[in-house]
Every structure is written in structure tokens, then in C-alpha cells.
Design a protein around this ligand. Sequence first.
Ligand SMILES: [Cu+2]
Length: 298
Amino acid sequence: MIWPSHTCSSRLLQDGLLLPLADARGSVAGSQSAPAVLSRDSKGAVRQPAGFPRACSRGFSIGLGLIAALSGLSLNAAIVSGSVVLRESRIDSVARGKDYSGVVISLQSAGRPGSVPDGQAGGAHATMLQKNKMFTPHILPVVAGTTIDFPNGDPIFHSAFSSYSGQIFDLGLYPPGKSRSVRFDRPGIVRVFCNIHPSMSAIILVLKTTFFAVTPRDGSFRIDVPPGSWDLSVFHERATEESLQALSRRILVTSDGLRLPPIAVSEAGYLLTPHKNKFGREYDPLPDDKTVYPGARQ
Ligand SMILES: [Cu+2]
């Protein structure tokens, strides 16, 4: 089965395409299975659409919906919605502009910790673009087992590496128009940098669940999940681990869905510290792209 290049987990759920594997298998009580997409590749690994955001193919959706219907599967999904506000920010645009973007809300099925074992989401792809000396998106949540492509959309060389925490990798330096990829199997926070442009940074949040959302500027979020008991977690790059931990909670989602009260995330205690390059050294003050990258278009 061929997946469209851009699909979204919420939309798939609305269309009744995403189900916990336990449901997909009928009554597998107490199963360690995970929420996942109703498809497996030739090796038996669960396949999941790339990157989650954006539009879905309607024809494709109808096709999968038909498969689900023929299989006699439950298509129930309920909506968990709410909003995030950022407090005590030292960043002017956040405090004044009420920019509450980039907060990740995720839901893990309660009582089934680690419900997506490493590798089970094999085949899933997401993209982190290098453009205008930035990684886009800046915050990218994925389920463990996802492969992320890092295409270089600039007329200069870039690299991508992480040596701080989470999964360590180094894609080296590569030219305009090329792309390199990494598969992320270990849940955790991966801080991504370019080895020659200190302004380039991003965070990949590797999760054990496919049920998550990233807030836009207004801080709103909406996640479609099967009714049940869920553990809610919050991630924000400018919040301390302790304050985020205090925001986690267990929620009960009925078939009517659940509207949560506003979630206030504090940026107090966050310190912006400059990062080093992959050699653990300071960046050159002014990288000369022309000199360093012969052959690159300007
Ligand atoms: Cu770069």
C-alpha cells in the first residue's frame, strides 16, 4: 500500500484510519500494543504516514476506511482539546505577542507504558528542512522508529548533528539540493545543530506514541484519540524538566471527548546558553560560505 507523502494523524483518526493495534486485533486485552496506523509493510512493521501534519489524500482515506470497515474495526475517536499559555518568558515576542507556539502535547495510553516499542513505526518518514539557515520545523515530534530526512534547500552547504542528549548522530557537511536521513529509535529529546551555522538549531522529540500535537501561535491543540485513560505530557524547550513534569496528568477521555482547562507553562528558570560545534569548540565568528563551500550557488 502506498501512503501519500503528506498525511496527518489527527485527520486519519477523524477518518477512522488510526486505531490502537489492540483494537485492530479485536480483543487483545492487556496487550502491549500501541496506537498505530492500520498498515504494515512487507516486513510486518507498522507503517505510519510521514511527519503527520498537512493534508491527507481523500481517495486514499476512503480506501483505508473501506478496509477498516471490512475488517469490522471500531472507528471511534474522541477529541482532546485545550490551549497552552506561556508565562514568565524573557523573550519579548513571546511575552508581548502572546506567541505560544512550539509546545508539544502528547498522550500515552495509560497502563501501557512504552506502548510503541522501538522499531514498530518502521517506514514512517518526516522532514526537517534546512532553509534560510534555519531548520524547519524548529520543533518536530515523531514516534520512535521514524526516519527524518534533512534536505538542504539553501544555496550553501549545511550539516546536521546532535551530540548533546538523546540520539547522537552526525550527517556531515552536504551540498545544496542534497538530503540525508536518520532513523530515530530511542525516545527522548534530540537537540539538532549545524556544525557551521551557530544560529541553526532544532529539537526532535522522539515519543512512544503517535498521539500528539504541536501548538501554533495561539497555543491551541487538538488530538483525536480512542476513548480511554491517557497520560498527558507537555514539552516546551524553554521550560525546566521539573515544571514540565508537574504538568503531566492522567485524563479520562469519553466518547464525547474532553476539553481541558488552560495549561500554563512557565519559562522561569530557563537559561539560554550558547552551544558548541560538534567538536565541542566555539563556532567561528563569521563563517564565510563562499570560501568554505566551493561550487555552491550563491
Ligand atoms: Cu548550516
